[in-house]
Design a protein around this ligand. Structure first.
Ligand code: AMP
Length: 125
C-alpha cells in the first residue's frame, strides 16, 4: 500500500530500523549522511537503495526540512555509490517514489539505483 507522504515521520518504519541496526541489510556504502544497501527484491541486476540518515518521509519532506549539508551529503553519496558500483560508463537510473501516485511503500526517503542492464523506457505505457 502506498504511504501518505504528508504524515509525520514514523520512527518504526523498516528503514529506520535498518539505520538503528535492528534488522540486517546488505550494506554497499555508508558515510555521515547516507546508507546504501541492496534492495531485498531486486528489479534489475543492480538495485541499491540510498537513504539519508536523518528522519525524512520523502523527497518532498527532505527538500523542505533537511539542512544544506544533509542535502549535499546525500546527493553526493548517491553519486558515489553509482561510481563505486561501476555504473557511470554503462549508465544507470535513479528513482524516488513519493506518495500515492509514486507508489511509495516505505515512509523514509530512499533513492533507487538501477543498473546492470538496458533499462528501456522511462515508464510503463
Ligand atoms: P518504494 O515503493 O519506492 O517505497 O520501494 C520500497 C523498496 O524497499 C522496495 O523496492 C522493497 O523491495 C524495498 N525493501 C523493503 N524492505 C526492505 C528491506 N528490509 N531491505 C531492503 N529493501 C527493502
Amino acid at each position: 500500500m502506498p504511504i501518505d507522504p504528508t504524515l509525520p515521520y514514523d520512527p518504526n518504519n523498516i528503514f529506520a530500523k535498518i539505520l538503528r541496526g535492528e534488522i540486517p541489510n546488505k550494506t554497499v556504502y555508508e558515510d555521515e549522511w547516507a546508507l546504501a544497501f541492496h534492495d531485498i527484491n531486486p528489479q534489475a541486476p543492480v538495485h541499491v537503495l540510498v537513504i539519508p540518515k536523518g528522519p525524512y518521509v520523502s523527497w518532498d519532506d527532505f527538500s523542505v526540512r533537511a539542512s544544506s549539508d544533509e542535502i549535499a551529503g546525500f546527493i553526493r553519496a548517491v553519486g558515489q555509490v553509482a561510481r563505486d558500483l561501476g555504473l557511470v560508463e554503462p549508465g544507470y537510473r535513479l528513482l524516488a517514489n513519493i506518495g500515492q501516485h509514486g507508489h511509495q511503500e516505505v515512509p523514509h526517503l530512499h533513492v533507487h539505483i538501477f543498473g546492470g542492464r538496458q533499462l528501456g523506457l522511462m515508464l510503463p505505457r
